[in-house]
Design a protein around this ligand. Structure first.
Ligand SMILES: C[S@@+](CC[C@H](N)C(=O)[O-])C[C@H]1O[C@@H](n2cnc3c(N)ncnc32)[C@H](O)[C@@H]1O
Length: 226
Protein backbone atom coordinates (compact mmCIF):
# COMPACT_ATOMS: atom_id res chain seq x y z
CA UNK A 1 0.00 0.00 0.00
CA UNK A 2 1.39 3.47 -0.66
CA UNK A 3 2.00 5.48 2.45
CA UNK A 4 2.11 9.27 2.69
CA UNK A 5 5.37 10.09 4.43
CA UNK A 6 6.51 13.59 3.47
CA UNK A 7 4.94 16.99 3.53
CA UNK A 8 4.41 18.04 -0.08
CA UNK A 9 7.22 20.66 -0.05
CA UNK A 10 9.76 18.17 1.33
CA UNK A 11 8.69 15.54 -1.16
CA UNK A 12 9.03 17.87 -4.14
CA UNK A 13 12.52 18.92 -2.96
CA UNK A 14 13.65 15.31 -2.53
CA UNK A 15 12.29 14.29 -5.92
CA UNK A 16 13.69 17.39 -7.64
CA UNK A 17 17.20 16.69 -6.33
CA UNK A 18 16.97 13.00 -7.27
CA UNK A 19 15.75 13.62 -10.82
CA UNK A 20 18.21 16.44 -11.49
CA UNK A 21 20.97 13.96 -10.56
CA UNK A 22 19.43 11.16 -12.64
CA UNK A 23 18.41 13.13 -15.76
CA UNK A 24 21.16 11.88 -18.09
CA UNK A 25 20.89 8.29 -16.85
CA UNK A 26 17.11 8.36 -17.36
CA UNK A 27 17.47 9.67 -20.91
CA UNK A 28 19.86 6.80 -21.72
CA UNK A 29 17.15 4.24 -20.85
CA UNK A 30 15.30 5.27 -24.03
CA UNK A 31 18.43 5.36 -26.20
CA UNK A 32 18.40 2.99 -29.17
CA UNK A 33 22.19 2.78 -29.39
CA UNK A 34 23.08 0.60 -26.43
CA UNK A 35 25.53 -2.22 -25.82
CA UNK A 36 23.86 -5.62 -26.30
CA UNK A 37 23.89 -6.44 -22.56
CA UNK A 38 22.09 -3.18 -21.60
CA UNK A 39 19.55 -3.77 -24.36
CA UNK A 40 18.94 -7.27 -22.99
CA UNK A 41 18.52 -5.94 -19.42
CA UNK A 42 15.96 -3.43 -20.68
CA UNK A 43 14.08 -6.14 -22.51
CA UNK A 44 13.85 -8.23 -19.34
CA UNK A 45 13.45 -5.59 -16.62
CA UNK A 46 12.08 -2.49 -18.34
CA UNK A 47 9.87 -3.97 -21.01
CA UNK A 48 6.77 -2.28 -19.59
CA UNK A 49 8.37 1.17 -19.94
CA UNK A 50 8.23 0.60 -23.70
CA UNK A 51 4.78 -1.04 -23.57
CA UNK A 52 3.33 1.89 -21.60
CA UNK A 53 4.61 4.21 -24.32
CA UNK A 54 2.61 2.27 -26.95
CA UNK A 55 -0.42 2.22 -24.64
CA UNK A 56 -0.27 5.95 -23.96
CA UNK A 57 0.27 7.14 -27.52
CA UNK A 58 -2.47 4.75 -28.69
CA UNK A 59 -4.91 6.16 -26.14
CA UNK A 60 -4.05 9.78 -26.97
CA UNK A 61 -5.57 9.37 -30.45
CA UNK A 62 -6.63 11.48 -32.25
CA UNK A 63 -3.46 13.51 -31.78
CA UNK A 64 -3.31 15.90 -34.76
CA UNK A 65 -4.63 19.35 -33.93
CA UNK A 66 -5.27 18.66 -30.23
CA UNK A 67 -3.63 20.04 -27.09
CA UNK A 68 -1.74 17.95 -24.52
CA UNK A 69 -0.30 18.38 -21.04
CA UNK A 70 2.43 15.96 -19.91
CA UNK A 71 2.92 16.12 -16.12
CA UNK A 72 6.35 14.83 -15.04
CA UNK A 73 7.48 14.87 -18.67
CA UNK A 74 11.05 13.80 -17.82
CA UNK A 75 13.41 13.81 -20.79
CA UNK A 76 10.55 14.49 -23.22
CA UNK A 77 9.87 11.20 -25.01
CA UNK A 78 6.08 11.65 -24.91
CA UNK A 79 6.04 15.41 -25.52
CA UNK A 80 8.16 15.08 -28.65
CA UNK A 81 6.24 12.07 -29.98
CA UNK A 82 2.90 13.91 -29.60
CA UNK A 83 4.33 17.00 -31.30
CA UNK A 84 5.81 14.84 -34.10
CA UNK A 85 2.39 13.30 -34.64
CA UNK A 86 0.83 16.72 -35.22
CA UNK A 87 -0.43 17.91 -31.80
CA UNK A 88 -1.35 21.60 -31.91
CA UNK A 89 0.53 22.26 -28.67
CA UNK A 90 2.16 20.11 -26.02
CA UNK A 91 3.07 21.51 -22.61
CA UNK A 92 5.54 19.49 -20.55
CA UNK A 93 5.91 20.30 -16.88
CA UNK A 94 8.42 18.77 -14.48
CA UNK A 95 9.95 19.71 -11.16
CA UNK A 96 13.49 18.91 -12.40
CA UNK A 97 15.05 21.69 -14.49
CA UNK A 98 17.75 19.32 -15.81
CA UNK A 99 15.05 17.08 -17.29
CA UNK A 100 13.47 20.07 -19.05
CA UNK A 101 16.85 21.09 -20.47
CA UNK A 102 16.93 17.64 -22.15
CA UNK A 103 13.37 18.19 -23.45
CA UNK A 104 14.28 21.51 -25.05
CA UNK A 105 17.32 19.99 -26.80
CA UNK A 106 15.20 17.05 -27.99
CA UNK A 107 12.44 19.37 -29.30
CA UNK A 108 14.98 21.43 -31.25
CA UNK A 109 16.64 18.33 -32.67
CA UNK A 110 13.25 17.11 -33.91
CA UNK A 111 12.28 20.60 -35.09
CA UNK A 112 9.02 20.66 -33.09
CA UNK A 113 10.02 23.40 -30.64
CA UNK A 114 7.37 25.79 -32.01
CA UNK A 115 4.62 23.48 -30.67
CA UNK A 116 6.25 22.55 -27.37
CA UNK A 117 6.32 24.58 -24.15
CA UNK A 118 8.07 23.56 -20.96
CA UNK A 119 7.67 24.78 -17.39
CA UNK A 120 9.52 23.88 -14.20
CA UNK A 121 6.58 23.20 -11.90
CA UNK A 122 4.50 20.60 -10.16
CA UNK A 123 0.89 20.48 -11.26
CA UNK A 124 -0.57 21.93 -8.06
CA UNK A 125 1.40 25.16 -8.58
CA UNK A 126 0.70 25.35 -12.33
CA UNK A 127 -2.11 27.49 -13.77
CA UNK A 128 -2.62 26.94 -17.51
CA UNK A 129 -4.18 29.69 -19.65
CA UNK A 130 -6.62 27.21 -21.19
CA UNK A 131 -7.60 23.58 -20.52
CA UNK A 132 -6.02 20.72 -22.49
CA UNK A 133 -7.77 18.06 -24.53
CA UNK A 134 -5.63 15.32 -22.97
CA UNK A 135 -3.38 15.18 -19.90
CA UNK A 136 -0.86 12.38 -19.35
CA UNK A 137 1.07 11.36 -16.23
CA UNK A 138 3.40 8.48 -17.01
CA UNK A 139 5.94 7.21 -14.48
CA UNK A 140 4.79 10.06 -12.23
CA UNK A 141 2.64 8.58 -9.48
CA UNK A 142 5.51 6.25 -8.51
CA UNK A 143 6.96 9.35 -6.82
CA UNK A 144 3.92 11.05 -5.25
CA UNK A 145 2.80 9.99 -1.76
CA UNK A 146 -0.61 11.72 -1.99
CA UNK A 147 -1.83 11.38 -5.60
CA UNK A 148 -5.47 12.49 -5.14
CA UNK A 149 -4.96 16.28 -5.38
CA UNK A 150 -2.80 15.78 -8.49
CA UNK A 151 -5.34 13.51 -10.23
CA UNK A 152 -8.18 15.90 -9.29
CA UNK A 153 -6.24 18.85 -10.75
CA UNK A 154 -5.54 16.83 -13.91
CA UNK A 155 -9.28 16.40 -14.32
CA UNK A 156 -9.87 20.09 -13.70
CA UNK A 157 -7.46 21.17 -16.48
CA UNK A 158 -8.60 18.56 -19.03
CA UNK A 159 -11.63 18.42 -21.33
CA UNK A 160 -11.41 14.92 -22.85
CA UNK A 161 -9.33 12.35 -20.98
CA UNK A 162 -6.29 11.54 -18.90
CA UNK A 163 -3.84 8.69 -19.47
CA UNK A 164 -1.88 7.61 -16.38
CA UNK A 165 0.45 4.85 -15.23
CA UNK A 166 0.84 3.40 -11.72
CA UNK A 167 3.32 0.71 -10.62
CA UNK A 168 1.53 -2.40 -9.33
CA UNK A 169 1.95 -3.31 -5.68
CA UNK A 170 1.90 -7.10 -5.80
CA UNK A 171 4.86 -7.84 -8.04
CA UNK A 172 8.31 -9.24 -7.25
CA UNK A 173 9.80 -6.02 -8.57
CA UNK A 174 8.03 -3.71 -6.07
CA UNK A 175 10.14 -4.56 -2.97
CA UNK A 176 13.32 -4.76 -5.04
CA UNK A 177 12.70 -1.36 -6.56
CA UNK A 178 11.65 0.15 -3.22
CA UNK A 179 14.94 -1.01 -1.65
CA UNK A 180 17.09 0.01 -4.64
CA UNK A 181 15.67 3.55 -4.74
CA UNK A 182 15.64 3.94 -0.93
CA UNK A 183 19.42 3.53 -0.95
CA UNK A 184 19.59 6.37 -3.46
CA UNK A 185 17.29 8.60 -1.40
CA UNK A 186 14.18 8.32 -3.59
CA UNK A 187 10.90 7.09 -2.03
CA UNK A 188 8.67 5.15 -4.43
CA UNK A 189 4.98 4.17 -4.12
CA UNK A 190 2.95 1.23 -5.44
CA UNK A 191 -0.77 0.83 -6.08
CA UNK A 192 -3.51 -1.77 -6.08
CA UNK A 193 -6.26 -1.70 -8.68
CA UNK A 194 -8.80 -1.02 -5.92
CA UNK A 195 -6.86 2.03 -4.70
CA UNK A 196 -6.65 3.42 -8.24
CA UNK A 197 -10.42 2.91 -8.67
CA UNK A 198 -11.05 4.88 -5.46
CA UNK A 199 -8.66 7.63 -6.51
CA UNK A 200 -10.28 8.02 -9.95
CA UNK A 201 -13.78 8.17 -8.43
CA UNK A 202 -12.77 10.60 -5.71
CA UNK A 203 -11.07 12.78 -8.33
CA UNK A 204 -14.42 13.03 -10.13
CA UNK A 205 -13.97 10.75 -13.15
CA UNK A 206 -17.27 9.20 -14.14
CA UNK A 207 -15.59 6.48 -16.21
CA UNK A 208 -12.18 4.95 -16.25
CA UNK A 209 -10.47 1.79 -17.45
CA UNK A 210 -7.49 0.06 -15.84
CA UNK A 211 -5.30 -2.16 -18.03
CA UNK A 212 -2.52 -4.34 -16.73
CA UNK A 213 0.67 -3.64 -18.70
CA UNK A 214 3.52 -5.75 -17.34
CA UNK A 215 4.16 -4.59 -13.78
CA UNK A 216 2.04 -1.45 -14.27
CA UNK A 217 -1.59 -0.43 -14.18
CA UNK A 218 -2.30 1.86 -17.14
CA UNK A 219 -5.39 4.00 -16.69
CA UNK A 220 -7.60 6.04 -19.00
CA UNK A 221 -9.98 8.43 -17.24
CA UNK A 222 -12.72 10.04 -19.29
CA UNK A 223 -13.64 13.59 -18.32
CA UNK A 224 -16.55 13.85 -20.74
CA UNK A 225 -16.67 17.67 -20.72
CA UNK A 226 -17.07 19.44 -24.06
C1 LIG B 1 10.41 8.23 -14.25
S1 LIG B 1 10.43 9.90 -14.82
C2 LIG B 1 9.17 9.75 -16.08
C3 LIG B 1 9.37 10.74 -17.20
C4 LIG B 1 8.40 10.58 -18.38
N1 LIG B 1 7.04 10.79 -18.00
C5 LIG B 1 8.57 9.23 -19.03
O1 LIG B 1 7.77 8.33 -18.73
O2 LIG B 1 9.51 9.08 -19.83
C6 LIG B 1 9.56 10.77 -13.54
C7 LIG B 1 9.55 12.28 -13.73
O3 LIG B 1 8.56 12.84 -12.86
C8 LIG B 1 9.07 14.04 -12.32
N2 LIG B 1 8.34 14.30 -11.07
C9 LIG B 1 8.41 13.64 -9.89
N3 LIG B 1 7.53 14.16 -9.01
C10 LIG B 1 6.87 15.16 -9.66
C11 LIG B 1 5.83 16.07 -9.32
N4 LIG B 1 5.29 16.07 -8.11
N5 LIG B 1 5.40 16.95 -10.25
C12 LIG B 1 5.96 16.98 -11.50
N6 LIG B 1 6.95 16.15 -11.88
C13 LIG B 1 7.40 15.25 -10.99
C14 LIG B 1 10.56 13.78 -12.13
O4 LIG B 1 11.30 14.96 -12.04
C15 LIG B 1 10.87 12.94 -13.35
O5 LIG B 1 11.31 13.74 -14.43
Amino acid sequence: MSEPCHRQGDEIGIQRDYWNREADAFKRIYSRNKPAFSAWLDKVFRRDMFQRFEFTIGNCQPIAGRTFLDVGCGSGLYVIELARKGAATVVGIDIAADMLALCRQFAERENVQDRCTFAVSDLLQYSPDAPFDVTIGIGLFDYISDPLPVIAKMRQVTTDKVVLSFPRLWTWRAPVRRARLAVRGCPVYFFTKRRICDLMRQAGFERHTITRVGKLHCVVGVVGRE
